[in-house]
Design a protein around this ligand. Structure first.
Ligand code: FAD
Length: 449
């Protein structure tokens, strides 16, 4: 990992102005890329600094495919050094932000706290998995927001299947062959579909009945993926049930231990593998600002400025951005919005530096694409409900187009083509420990207490 060169605390006083962007996800990455183009076009020397715990931008919508062993984690990690050559990377976490003194304190595994000053600050640290006060959840549940978590879930499933093959106690064997996924919105549903496909491939290779591996999908809501509308939601329910996935709605977890979970209806399920994919809340660093928040996200104006702080901007999952197409609502935490907000952030930061005119954020939702494993997907591009092969084609085409770097697009396309003619690989590399994939520490972000 690069040790950041951040010894200076000077900003505009000593040299060119400095824009600091916190977070290199969809919003931060897009903002940095567009801002560099605008500045270059205007012949400005303004420095663009990107503070990020990883030297890559993660294309999260394909994490279920990583967990299912369909694609390699490197393919969804876009190299920042290659994609953003004009940006100065500081590979570290923002620990705290002082908007009055215009400084940010950063830290990493390689150095203690260091201070960095800014003339404009763009806050795009995204979100973290929302945890509830459920006994055992933080210790025994695992999320799906990072490479470490996706890899861990894949390896945990394969390891448990392997152990089950040699287990003599039928109760323990059954528990090892049981996976519980909590959260039936698109991410959890994609995950359960991909893990089912991985388990089916394993069962075929080891010559046992795939139905011996049991998947349980839980959600407090009364339907799966309400985001795609009733018709598609019903279709998803029947396809997943036909694959033997036990879907229980209106139910969540009451308690987790190392070898079983207790559901809110009192039922106990013996399992060693629990994925918690229920929803998100703004990144913890936002709490250090002392500024107004809404639902865990930083309050911003329609032009993505923080109220009363003309030099501070925010967008993506971290910000409660007013949805001008749905008065009174805020935009949902999706990559679709984060990417477009990244462009407005760049434009408005540039405008604040005297280049061009500012704009408000307004985008009508274009719908979702959801890949549900072998031969099935659903999508509602611009409100048109699609399922089966047409949805699969739209979904794959959309993701390969939306991944923001050619070499990654190529690798993902090759992985899909390879999967069309060969079974998914089942190798167990043992790369991620349970601790490395625990909530809050899986990508070097300080652990929440
Ligand atoms: C499994 C999964 C599937 C999804 N599928 C879809 C989909 O199909 N379509 C869709 O529209 N959306 C999808 N989403 C949602 C989408 O990923 C998010 O809405 C999107 O990533 C938000 O972008 P962002 O830039 O705000 O945050 P992120 O992309 O999460 O980026 C935030 C960045 O900030 C960094 N960061 C955090 N804290 C700090 C700190 N203290 N200091 C420095 N850096 C920090 C993080 O490491 C990260 O790099 C999916 C999400 C998941 C988890």
């Amino acid at each position: 990992m690069t040790v950041p060169d951040i010894e200076d605390t000077t900003g505009s006083a000593a040299g060119p102005q400095r824009v600091v962007i916190v977070g290199s996800g969809f919003a931060g990455f897009t903002c940095a890329r567009k801002l560099c183009r605008i500045l270059a076009g205007a012949g400005r020397e303004t420095e663009v600094v990107l503070v990020t715990p990883n030297d890559y931008m993660l294309y999260t919508p394909l994490l279920p495919d990583v967990a299912g062993g369909l694609i390699d984690p490197r393919f969804v990690a876009i190299s920042l050094a290659d994609a953003l050559p004009r940006v100065r990377l500081v590979v570290a976490e923002a620990e705290s932000i002082d908007p009055d003194n215009k400084t940010i304190t950063v830290t990493s595994q390689h150095h203690g706290p260091r201070e960095l000053s800014w003339d404009r600050l763009v806050l795009t640290p995204g979100s973290v998995t929302r945890l509830f006060d459920i006994p055992g959840l933080a210790e025994h549940g695992r999320g799906l927001k990072t490479v470490a978590e996706a890899l861990y879930l894949r390896e945990q499933l394969l390891r448990q299947l392997e152990l089950a093959d040699h287990e003599e106690d039928p109760e323990v064997r059954r528990a090892r062959r049981t996976v519980v996924v909590v959260g039936a919105s698109y991410a959890g549903t994609e995950l359960v579909a991909q893990l089912r496909a991985l388990a089916d491939a394993y069962a075929a290779r080891r010559d046992f009945e795939p139905s011996e591996v049991r998947f349980v999908l839980l959600d407090m809501a009364d339907r799966v993926m309400p985001e795609v509308g009733e018709k598609l939601s019903d279709k998803v329910l029947s396809v997943l049930r036909s694959r033997g996935i036990d879907i229980r709605l209106g139910i969540s977890l009451k308690e987790l231990t190392g070898d079983h979970v207790v559901l809110t209806d009192g039922t106990t399920i013996a399992t060693y593998t629990v994925a918690w994919v229920t929803g998100v809340t703004g990144a913890p660093v936002l709490g250090t600002l002392g500024l107004p928040m809404e639902g865990g996200r930083l309050v911003v104006e329609p032009d993505l400025r923080v109220p009363g702080r003309p030099d501070v901007f925010a967008g993506g999952d971290a910000a409660a951005v007013p949805d001008l197409t749905k008065p009174g609502k805020i935009t949902p935490p999706t990559a679709q919005h984060a990417t477009r907000q990244g462009k407005i952030l760049a434009r408005n930061v540039a405008a604040s530096l005297g280049i061009g005119a500012a704009a408000v954020y307004k985008h009508r939702d274009m719908g979702l694409v959801v890949d549900l494993g072998p031969g099935f997907a659903v999508a509602n591009p611009v409100g048109l409900p699609l399922s089966g092969f047409p949805a699969k084609a739209v979904t794959r085409a959309y993701h390969t187009y939306a991944v923001p770097r050619g070499i990654n697009r190529w690798a993902i396309t090759m992985a899909y083509l390879t999967n069309a003619v060969t079974p998914r690989p089942l190798t167990l590399l043992g790369l991620v420990s349970p601790e490395e994939a625990s909530f809050g520490s899986s990508e070097g972000i300080p652990k929440r207490t």
